[in-house]
Design a protein around this ligand. Structure first.
Ligand code: ZN
Ligand code: ZN
Length: 322
């Protein structure tokens, strides 16, 4: 489905086989004609984009540039295919590029993080199988240009700015059009759900650090300084009250942190056990998201010297500082 969200900016919703159901991509009808994100690489997604562009009188050949907000399959999955059909160059933050090229190499790290945080082996294997199969819905990128914090994205009459917002993903970039106060946020800010600061599988290997949530909150603080009158997110509806949304997300994380702190007051736990307390019955493929959230908070509590961690038999146990 294609909706005109602002002047020359169109939102096209593409299907994904995950709970969020659709990904938003945006087509900007001003030279160089630009697609922001691409959706996953499935026939359903490809056909939906084709139809979405035809509805407004364009084809894949009309795409002259592809901007990728971050390296999750629902955002870059069909970038390579679209680029080869249109000849459009792909732009992405350098921190996402390495991950997209060699995601499979990071599965080993991912597995060790899950085990270290107390997830049972059978469940870890199931989660890894799920991620491996999901990865088939994306083509690895070979050629891409880099966009860093502050880089301009130029159109005939518009000048957007790249804003690096690490947290949900280490190299997530938003695109800001100051003149109209519009922000394309990818998964950094979404209307209905609190974006998960997903653990970046370490670029450096063990010992692992989990700065995702800390970075995410810092990115939010940076966004508070921006005037935004229209937010165009990677999933779901547009948002007008962005300051209100940011406050809601801050409040959510404060509550979560209090909850985790009170869970630990009953005794030491692994991050996995905390996840089971927070989200009983969570399906295996969401365990990693849960653990990301829990250890993000635990890392902050540890920095505040409210919580300590002790490694025993290859597992990290968290308890309150006394
Ligand atoms: Zn994402
Ligand atoms: Zn997404």
């Amino acid at each position: 489905m294609t909706t005109r969200v602002f002047d020359k900016i169109y939102k096209i919703e593409l299907p994904i086989p995950f709970p969020l159901r659709t990904t938003n991509v945006f087509f900007v009808d001003e030279p160089p004609r630009t697609l922001v994100d691409t959706g996953i690489r499935t026939e359903a997604s490809f056909e939906a984009l084709k139809k979405g562009m035809e509805d407004i009188g364009f084809s894949f050949q009309s795409i002259e540039r592809i901007l990728i907000t971050h390296g999750h399959i629902d955002h870059y999955g069909q970038a390579k295919r679209l680029s080869s059909l249109s000849g459009a160059p792909i732009y992405i933050h350098p921190k996402e590029y390495g991950r997209i090229r060699s995601i499979i190499h990071s599965l080993g790290f991912l597995k060790s993080i899950l085990l270290m945080n107390g997830a049972p082996e059978a469940l870890v294997n199931e989660a890894i199988r799920y991620i491996e199969s999901a990865q088939k819905m994306a083509d690895p990128l070979e050629e891409a240009y880099f966009l860093n914090e502050g880089d301009a994205v130029l159109f005939e009459s518009m000048r957007w700015r790249t804003i690096h917002c690490p947290g949900h993903s280490p190299g997530l970039i938003c695109f800001y059009w100051p003149e109209k106060k519009i922000l394309f946020s990818g998964d950094h800010l979404l209307k209905e759900i609190t974006p998960n600061p997903i653990l970046a599988v370490s670029e450096y290997g063990p010992p692992f650090h989990y700065p995702s949530l800390k970075q995410y909150l810092a990115s939010l603080e940076k966004n508070e300084g921006l005037e935004i009158s229209l937010l165009l997110p990677g999933h779901g509806e547009e948002v007008k009250d962005v300051k209100g949304l940011i406050q809601k997300i801050f409040a959510h994380h404060r509550e979560r942190m209090d909850l985790i702190y009170s869970i630990l007051s009953k005794g030491e736990k692994t991050a996995f056990e905390i996840v089971m307390d927070l989200f009983p019955g969570v399906p295996p493929f969401e365990v990693f998201l849960g653990i990301s959230e829990a250890v993000g908070h635990l890392e902050i509590l540890r920095e505040k010297e409210m919580v300590k961690v002790e490694e025993r038999d290859g597992k990290d146990y968290y308890s309150l500082e006394t």
